[in-house]
Design a protein around this ligand. Structure first.
Ligand code: 475
Length: 809
């Protein structure tokens, strides 16, 4: 800006001093030792792997910091339009390996730590995952940050700095999921910078008094005031100096404690407000695809959107433009409806504080926000009880009512007399209590609305937001199919394959890792026998790496001369892990019925499951229990254990996915048609040469268009049939014995105790016997047929490897 003022000293000395760690191995070892002795205050003689990891991380961080500073200064000077990604979840995983690869310093650091007597792979394993998310939505946010920095875009993320991330999953001897806390900040986190000077005040409760002068303004006073403190996480781009920022807010009491209460001898009273302020960012809600309507969750949402908006506005004001130009300088992407309170909050700031008129404010708001929907499942659509919003955010409730009034007036004008339409579209759902429909608010307050895969975006427009498309026009609605970062999900997790691709394409690695269309160049090599052998050998070594991981973490022996079949995702009825486990049982029963000679001819298979269930999701937890107990029986059966093995790997995480995905031959994406918005692991498997077994759902469809239908195993009913089938289940049910005898037999065997007492599973089995909302009885036969086709295809090894190569290509 030209407004910077240098300290009195010599500017040249300052500039000469500005650098990261020099990039020779000797500089790296110096920096490492320096951090051991100063930052960690430790000695060489008792330094363990954890300490060595921390020293390496601090040293790498020095490099990132220099780039981060330069990037931010550049943004300030150039004042470009900035993009902000508001997400309650960022499922980042580990950072060190990713940072080393992005900086291009991995080999040098490996040499450096080796010279100091450590092994790089051991150090990398010491890092805890930053697991501030549940699943797909949170991981997508992390991939977007990587992409934004790699493409040198001025993109910042905003989220919450939870003290506890997603719970740690333990499996009891009976096979039940137990939850333990995830104190990920127990060791100091080298990847964040506390910005104790960047703080904002956020208010809750209190009174909202309309001004009475008819200008729509109000004064919001009283209640509880909480402080938001910024923590910055550096987001390095790939092979660029651009290092973006993820700003996470921590809540803190505005005053340490209330001195008056303390002096009056009321010690509990003195710290009470401090306890509840800190509670706001203490823990990530572990629910995926459900909402609970809890006050603390609402406070999290408001705390985070209010702090982020204040920060964004302050930055905008530094540019010195009139407030009406705000949308030319900031675009705010809402990751699902979780940050939707940003819409009434920005209205409140513009009207009550900036003193704009309603219309001026609404114009700015509706040009600033963009809303991404991630699911059409009704139980996941957020609704907040009006009395709760009125209590916690009285001014926002007024504004929401005002938005609704003007909105419904406009609808009435376009569709006169259509009362039902008004009821359907209202921001307020009638009932006891009334509820605010957040998807409606996000939709009308945004400039664009998108779904996350073609089918899903179509469903958004024809189901949950149909009336809004009719009212606002279809051009506001679109599709942005999800993607994944190939840096983490290929180069980092499958470095051997990445090297082979680089060698084969005869391109610099950074060229194809920034332009994946280049992978098409692999296609002709599917016909090259020597290349296929190399390709297959890498898959084999990835299976062995996974087997070693299972051996060291669980003490179990996994055979690697088998097809690896993987389903890893949150446990949910719509994702149909139940269909998969019932298929495994069917295979087991079939194998048991074969002669030894017949068995020998069958395809050997190892089936892996991993995934967490929401702590209160009873049916999902029963599915885990069934998987674990089926595994116990199958893996111990001498008749079949050479042909079928089954594992439930506890505590699924980003880091575990990085080991599982490269080892997969076939992975399962088998949601009931129309329920999985996109899926993103499907893309990761394909990138790593894994084939898909799936339904015609989410991004599976677009993947098949790219890799070719012959390389994807599809089965099951299509989306348009689903509604009808559900109707049939309710009004013309057919007994399972008649409709699907193979499935009936499997269910009966479970009930009869083939895997231990069947009684605990009855509630799970009954979801299929009665109602069968997710269409297991309709899809089971075609699922088994598809599995048979997978077996047949796999037995032709050379052909399978060709498919694998073509899938990546
Ligand atoms: C979809 N989470 C995937 C992925 O777009 C898709 C909902 C409510 C409350 C808390 N969490 C949620 C989701 O809705 C979610 O994770 N959706 C997922 O988003 C990225 O690939 O198909 O299920």
């Amino acid at each position: 800006t030209g407004k910077e003022v240098w300290p009195k000293g010599d500017e040249k000395v300052w500039k000469a001093g500005t650098r990261g760690v020099d990039q020779d191995v000797s500089d790296i070892t110096k920096s490492f030792v320096n951090h051991v002795q100063t930052s960690l205050a430790r000695q060489a003689y008792n330094l363990d792997d954890l300490g060595a990891y921390q020293a390496a991380a601090l040293s790498v961080r020095d490099n990132l910091l220099v780039n981060w500073n330069e990037t931010q200064l550049n943004y300030t000077r150039k004042a470009p339009k900035r993009a902000y990604y508001l997400s309650l979840e960022f499922l980042m995983g580990r950072t060190l390996d990713n940072a080393l690869l992005n900086l291009g310093l991995k080999d040098k650091y490996r040499k450096g730590v080796e010279q100091l007597g450590f092994n790089m792979e051991d150090l990398l394993e010491k890092e805890r995952d930053a697991a501030l998310g549940n699943g797909g939505l949170g991981r997508l946010a992390a991939c977007y940050l990587d992409s934004g920095a790699s493409q040198e875009l001025p993109l910042w993320g905003y989220g919450l700095r939870y003290q506890y991330g997603i719970f740690q999953q333990l499996i009891s001897p009976e096979g039940n999921q137990l939850e333990a806390p995830d104190p990920w900040l127990e060791n100091q986190n080298p990847w964040e910078l506390p910005r104790l000077d960047v703080t904002y005040e956020v208010r809750f409760y209190g009174q909202a008094e309309r001004s009475g002068s008819g200008n729509g303004r109000a004064a919001w006073t009283g209640g509880q005031e909480v402080l938001a403190v910024a923590y910055d996480v550096m987001i390095p781009g790939y092979k660029t100096k651009t290092t973006n920022n993820l700003r996470l807010w921590e809540s803190k009491p505005k005053r340490g404690f209330d001195l008056n209460s303390f002096n009056a001898g009321n010690y509990e009273g003195a710290v009470e407000s401090s306890n509840s302020a800190a509670a706001i960012t203490s823990v990530l809600y572990p629910n995926d695809h459900t909402t609970f309507g809890k006050e603390l969750r609402l406070k999290q949402q408001y705390f985070w959107t209010a702090a982020s908006l204040q920060d964004i506005l302050r930055r905008f004001k530094n540019v010195g433009k009139p407030i009406t130009e705000f949308p030319d300088y900031a675009a705010i992407q809402l990751n699902d409806t979780h940050p939707t309170l940003a819409i009434p909050e920005l209205m409140r700031i513009l009207i009550d504080e900036e003193e704009l008129s309603w219309d001026e404010a609404w114009k700015i708001v509706t040009n600033t926000f963009f809303y991404t929907n991630h699911t059409v499942l009704p139980e996941a659509l957020e609704k907040w009880p009006v009395p709760l919003v009125e209590h916690v955010l009285p001014r926002h409730m007024q504004i929401i009512y005002d938005i609704n009034l003007y909105f419904l007036q406009a609808v009435e004008k376009k569709f006169p007399g259509d009362r039902e339409r008004l009821t359907r579209m209202s921001l307020i759902e009638e009932g006891y209590p009334k509820q605010v429909r957040m998807a409606h608010l996000a939709c009308i307050g945004s400039r664009k609305v998108n779904g996350v895969a073609e089918l899903h975006s179509e469903l958004v427009q024809t189901t949950i937001l149909k009336d809004f498309v009719e009212f606002e026009g279809v051009s506001k609605f679109g599709n942005v199919t999800n993607g994944v970062t190939p840096r983490r999900w290929l180069d980092q997790c499958n470095f051997e394959l990445s090297d082979l691709i680089t060698k084969t394409l005869k391109l610099e690695k950074n060229v194809w890792l920034k332009d994946l269309t280049k992978l098409e160049g692999l296609l002709p090599f599917a016909e090259n026998k020597a290349f296929r052998a190399e390709w297959a050998a890498i898959k084999q070594r990835n299976k062995e790496r996974l087997a070693r991981h299972v051996q060291t973490t669980l003490g179990l022996e996994v055979r690697t001369d088998a097809m690896f079949d993987v389903q890893i995702k949150r446990l949910h009825e719509y994702k149909r892990q139940t269909l998969n486990i019932l298929g495994v049982i069917h295979r087991y029963i079939t194998l048991k019925g074969m002669t030894p000679a017949e068995r020998k001819k069958s395809n050997r298979k190892v089936v892996f499951f991993a995934g967490k269930a929401a702590p209160a999701y009873y049916i999902a937890k029963l599915t885990i229990r069934l998987i674990v107990n089926v595994a116990r029986v199958i893996n111990a059966d001498p008749d079949t254990k050479d042909f079928l093995q089954l594992y439930f790997l506890p505590d699924y995480s980003v880091s575990l996915a990085e080991v599982l995905i490269p080892a997969s031959d076939i992975s399962q994406h088998i949601s009931t048609a129309g329920t999985e918005a996109s899926g993103t692991s499907n893309m990761k498997f394909c990138l790593n040469g894994g084939l898909l077994l799936g339904t015609v759902d989410g991004a599976n469809i677009e993947i098949a268009e790219e890799v070719g239908e012959s390389n994807v195993f599809f089965f099951g009913h299509l989306t348009p049939a689903v509604e009808d089938l559900r109707y049939q289940h309710t009004y013309h049910p057919i007994p399972i014995e008649e409709k699907c005898p193979a499935l009936a037999n499997v269910l009966n065997q479970v009930s009869a105790g083939l895997f231990g007492d069947g009684a605990p599973y009855e509630p799970l089995l009954n979801t299929i016997r009665q109602g069968d909302y997710y269409l297991i009885t309709d899809d089971f036969d075609s699922y088994i047929a598809a599995l048979a086709m997978v077996d047949e295809a796999y037995l032709d090894r050379e052909e399978w490897i060709k498919k694998s190569i073509r899938t990546t290509a």
